[in-house]
Design a protein around this ligand. Structure first.
Ligand code: NAG
Ligand code: NAG
Ligand code: NAG
Ligand code: NAG
Length: 484
């Protein structure tokens, strides 16, 4: 089994080089399923270790050993806000999931964040996890002068920090510029947001004012291209963002690393009995042969005007669709009441705690994410996939490039009512059995790439690599496939 990795990698690179995603997916799929046979014939010497820092695709594809690290790191994290459990946006969810996992693995974590307005702060039973709170600025950001002082105090107490991690601009570039052992994780960069701006403008009612963003965005991109190099290492949360950072932002490739988001695989997993109980609890009739699910904030940004319009039209024009489908909606926001007005075909559940959310995913046949945001990588899709559900989402590059990479997993549509309706009708025609098969493919991809364990292992290795102690001849930046 010496050359699994190199051959697989070759497949992947050829697939990347070949024009468009579906064709390349087919190639990648066929090619990688044949590697098992071919690799026995390729000679041993091709199995060179690779330099992780210049690895072009997501580190989630690699396998890092799960045994505890041979070296424990002292890690500083800068994050604007530390979330109260599960009710949090993408960046905060990422901060929480990743750093709790790293603390569980024994690293010493110092988290520099703002104190919450109502003064209650979550407690964790871990003695290697420290919070350094400070009052936010008027605009709600970290007060850079204060956190820098707190950081330096900790840096000169006991051991110095091995690694500094900042979630987005938690630590500003004016402070980060001289730190070589630093990584920043971007959850949406201005260049990606241009796509969102275009979508919003196309969907804008003539009586609404044009968003200021449309004209200002390019200036924002140029600003980012200028200041991003002041961060030593960059983590992109999607393959697409990684490409932009290398190509448009011109950051040297050995400083750009792709690590896709992960979600807790212990919580989000298939459990049909939980799904049945959930449906019973909320009175979903057995006659509903298609249960669609949506979760998150019910706001314009997340595409709810689009979904609302598509559903409204379909419920009017197609009697069978009306009789047999139901949409379960977890979350709240301005569009909640409008969905309620659609009558018995929708069930607005309000925000759900994590355990309930896990049951919710089990209750549905397919998860629909009509988001208009092209930046970052939505966690809800990953949760649905780990729960073994087929997924459906807007065609934005982070999703089509890293998540719904083929029709084997689910459906994608353009952010227009007609395209969304077509996709929903296709789902309806395909029916439950096809959705179940796609759900299994979804789960396989989820397990391979989107578990919290995978994400934490990749970050741990990146942090070890960045803080390599050359005097001890450490080589955490070398990767050797474990299948030797
Ligand atoms: C403080 O606020 C958070 C969210 O902002 C909330 O979840 C938490 O329950 C609040 N705590 C108290 C004691 O009010
Ligand atoms: C942290 O401490 C180390 C060791 O004393 C020192 O070399 C480094 O410059 C300090 N970092 C900062 C940002 O002050
Ligand atoms: C970074 O280093 C430069 C040159 O040594 C120095 O002038 C500057 O003040 C440093 N910046 C920070 C934030 O430490
Ligand atoms: C409803 O949609 C389905 C799926 O596209 C189609 O097969 C069916 O004929 C439609 N029914 C009506 C009444 O339009």
């Amino acid at each position: 089994m010496a050359t699994i990795f190199s051959f697989r990698c070759l497949c992947f690179i050829i697939a990347l080089l070949s024009a468009f995603s579906f064709v390349s997916f087919l190639f990648w799929f066929q090619c990688s399923s044949s590697y098992r046979y071919s690799n026995q014939m390729i000679s041993q010497k091709e199995n060179q270790p690779i330099n992780l820092l210049s690895f072009p695709s997501a580190w989630n594809h690699l396998s890092f050993p799960s045994k505890l690290p041979s070296k424990y790191l002292k890690i500083a994290l800068f994050v604007k806000k530390w979330p109260h459990r599960s009710l949090a946006g993408g960046l905060e969810r990422h901060a929480l999931t990743l750093h709790l996992a790293l603390a569980k693995r024994g690293h010493e974590l110092h988290i520099f964040t703002t104190s919450p307005s109502n003064s209650s702060f979550p407690r964790y039973p871990m003695s290697n996890l420290y919070f350094h709170l400070s009052k936010p600025t008027a605009a709600g950001y970290l007060d850079q002068a204060i956190v820098w002082k707190q950081f330096q105090t900790q840096n000169s107490t006991g051991k110095a920090f091995d690694i500094v991690h900042t979630e987005s601009v938690g630590l500003l570039h004016t402070r980060s510029r001289n730190l070589t052992n630093l990584a920043v994780t971007w959850h949406g960069i201005a260049y990606e947001t241009i796509h969102t701006d275009i979508i919003q403008e196309l969907l804008r009612n003539p009586d609404e004012q044009q968003a200021y963003a449309l004209t200002e965005r390019i200036t924002k991109v140029v600003e980012e291209v200028r200041f991003f190099p002041h961060y030593a290492h960059h983590v992109a949360t999607s393959d697409h963002a990684g490409d932009i950072l290398r190509r448009i932002y011109m950051i040297p490739e050995e400083r750009v690393h792709v690590i896709l988001n992960g979600v807790d695989e212990e919580i989000f997993k298939p459990d049909p009995s939980k799904g049945e109980a959930f449906k019973q609890k909320f009175g979903v009739a057995k006659s509903r042969s298609l249960v669609l699910g949506m979760a998150g904030r019910l706001v314009k940004d997340k595409g709810h005007p689009l979904m609302f319009e598509a559903l409204k039209q379909m419920l009017v024009e197609n009697g069978t669709f009306r009789e047999n489908t139901i949409v379960l909606i977890a979350g709240d926001g301005p569009w909640g009441d409008r969905y309620r007005d659609l009558g018995t075909n929708t069930l607005v559940l309000g925000p759900l705690e994590q355990a309930q959310l896990a049951s919710f995913y089990n209750a549905i046949d397919i998860f629909v994410n009509p988001t208009l945001r092209a930046q970052g990588l939505d966690h809800t899709l990953l949760e649905a996939m780990l729960s073994g559900k087929s997924v459906m989402s807007t065609r934005v590059a982070s999703i089509t490039g890293s998540v719904i990479v083929s029709t084997e997993i689910g459906y994608t549509f353009s952010p227009m009512v007609v395209s969304l309706k077509n996709a929903l009708y296709r789902v309806w025609e395909d029916g439950r059995r096809v959705l179940e098969m796609k759900g299994q493919a979804s789960r396989q991809r989820g397990l391979q790439l989107f578990t919290a364990t995978k994400m934490a292992a990749a970050y741990e290795r990146l942090f070890l690599c960045i803080s390599n102690d050359n005097s001890k001849r450490e080589d955490y930046c070398q990767y050797q496939s474990p299948f030797n």
